[in-house]
Write a protein that binds this ligand. Structure first.
Ligand SMILES: [Zn+2]
Length: 247
């Protein structure tokens, strides 16, 4: 059977070393996300589950060139602390922790590193630091959320509310219904936006995200610029998640 392992932690040090020495590993993904309240009906691991899934499956499309670091599963979630159970770290701690993970990969000889984010609260803090971090590490370090890759027309065709990623509503409920329905407690849904979620929408939206992330990695490996704006989707189009400007 073909070796489909992509997580760094699933390799021995010998396997990792030999792949680096042979020039097999061309890029690494560092998934970053959150463990935070996702309304009454979704498990709090939602964002980390998704960032990990997109990273794993994008890497598998590019076997054996891409490895995936152990996900950074607690992010900047101060804005949800009123809902107990949410775990948060301070923005500067989050950024520095992610930097150290990337530094480890750079020290191992990985030249292309994609921080693949799955939580909106991490975007502003990391966008403030990413250029400085790239300079410090001297490697092709990039930061994108997995939804940055979506085509806005495709998103609007496949959704009713049209907000993506939103928070624990139509998009996130749909993708989890497709990927892990046991993590959706449908009977606990208490708002109309979440009630729009369906497995079919999730199926339509997961594949293009994986494909888009894999395409970003191919571009990075080919030495092309990839910086997509950090976005969030509304029925009227995309907006820059940091500035709020239409893009
Ligand atoms: Zn979420």
């Amino acid at each position: 059977m073909a070796d489909e392992r992509v997580f760094v932690g699933d390799l021995t040090r010998k396997e990792f070393r030999e792949r680096i020495q042979a020039g097999t590993i061309k890029a690494a993904i560092v998934p970053t996300a959150a463990t935070e309240q996702h309304n009454e009906h979704l498990h709090m691991i939602h964002d980390t589950f998704h960032a990990s899934y997109m990273a794993e499956h994008a890497a598998k499309k590019l076997l054996p060139q891409v490895v995936v670091a152990t996900p950074v599963g607690i992010g900047v979630s101060e804005h949800w602390m009123e809902h107990i159970g949410t775990l948060t770290v301070r923005p500067e701690i989050f950024c520095e922790y992610v930097f150290d993970v990337c530094h480890s990969l750079a020290r191992a000889g990985v030249e292309n590193i994609l921080v693949l984010n799955g939580h909106g609260g991490n975007v502003k803090p990391m966008m403030r630091r990413i250029d400085e971090y790239r300079e410090k590490l001297g490697v092709n370090l990039r930061f994108q959320s997995y939804w940055d890759v979506y085509d806005p027309d495709y998103v609007q065709q496949h959704m009713e509310g049209g907000r993506l990623p939103g928070h624990a509503d139509e998009f996130e409920t749909s993708t989890m219904l497709y990927l892990a329905p046991e993590r959706v407690q449908a009977e606990a849904i208490d708002n109309t936006a979440a009630a729009l979620g369906t497995r079919a929408k999730g199926e339509a939206l997961v594949g293009p995200a994986v494909d888009g992330v894999a395409a970003l990695l191919e571009q990075m490996i080919a030495g092309e610029e990839i910086d997509l704006p950090p976005v969030t989707f509304y029925p009227e189009g995309k907006r820059n998640l940091v500035t709020g400007e239409p893009v």
